[in-house]
Design a protein around this ligand. Structure first.
Ligand code: AMP
Ligand code: MG
Length: 276
């Protein structure tokens, strides 16, 4: 059983049908144990991915303010080897970025072979915040669904394993988290009046997200809806989906590494024979 919901291509999901508080009937202790175990597996898989240099991994994290993008990165990818796992965060575009096509700034951050790259926000902002705030005409942002699908197809054809997570929190949970930030001086740096303003557009964002999930999920680049009201369950769901995506490659990575090892052993033997 998967903890995150994988959206079919040409899906017809509506977010109201997904419970942000879902926890698969698990208790927090049990959930955290499972996550820890999955992370052990991920550490091993990442080493193989890195050494075999066959695939790369792109993880897209999207979600409303406070949905836990930063927390997911800290818990799930924090323990990975930072030599092969990097984060790219996408903020309001600069003037230079805006003077190019919307994928220009994104493409330079796609992962190199052997690497994992996590997008904290992504090219999807160009059909989310841009749509909700009318930062581009409808004609312009609508055409972007196809551009995004083509772009992700290109990445997948170039051996990128793509996983996209929508961290699904409820309006009530968001309010709790925003207020909690105001009461904790160590979290003051996260305060933004913009978060309260965005909250007023809750339903507009729901519509925009539903379009993204239904139009841009593909077998080679699936969207997952992750119940995110419980942080520990969110971490578990993301870690599991990532492990499940990498595990099918494990045998081929091991095989390649074994072949590489044998080749080098042979070369070492030959070297010794000619240098003794
Ligand atoms: P944060 O994730 O809190 O650092 O905030 C980043 C801000 O940048 C969010 O409000 C995003 O909506 C905004 N942002 C990211 N990408 C774009 C974009 N392409 N166009 C406009 N705003 C964006
Ligand atoms: Mg923010």
């Amino acid at each position: 059983m998967s903890y995150a919901y994988r959206v079919e291509s040409n899906g017809r999901i509506e977010l109201k049908d997904f419970d942000p508080g879902a926890d698969a009937g698990l208790k927090r202790d049990e959930g955290e144990k499972r996550t820890a175990h999955l992370i052990e597996e991920l550490i091993e898989l990442q080493e193989l991915l890195y050494a075999a240099r066959r695939q790369s991994v792109l993880i897209v994290l999207q979600g409303r303010d406070t949905s836990g993008k930063d927390g997911t990165i800290r818990v799930v990818s924090g323990p990975l080897n930072s030599q092969g796992c990097e984060v790219a965060s996408f903020q309001v575009p600069t003037d230079v970025e805006l003077s190019h096509d919307f994928l220009w700034r994104v493409h330079t951050h796609t992962p190199a072979v052997g690497h994992i790259r996590i997008f904290n926000r992504s090219h999807y902002e160009d059909v989310l915040v841009v749509r909700v705030h009318n930062l581009a005409s409808e004609e312009v942002w609508r055409a972007r669904f196809q551009h995004i699908n083509n772009f992700e197809q290109l990445l997948a054809d170039s051996s990128t394993i793509i996983l996209k997570f929508y961290l699904h929190i409820s309006k009530e949970e968001q309010e709790k988290r925003l207020i909690k930030r105001e009461q904790d001086a160590t979290k003051f740096w996260k305060l933004s009046v913009g978060d309260w303003k965005e909250r007023e557009r809750w339903n507009d964002y729901a519509v925009a997200y539903e379009d993204v999930l239904n139009r841009c999920s593909a077998k080679h680049a699936p969207w997952f809806i992750v119940p995110a009201d419980k942080k520990w369950f969110r971490n578990l769901a993301v870690a599991e989906a990532l492990r499940d995506a990498l595990l099918p490659y494990k045998e081929s990575w091991l095989q390649k590494l074994e072949e590489m090892g044998r080749r080098e052993l042979k070369a070492i033997e030959e070297y010794r024979q000619t240098h003794q």
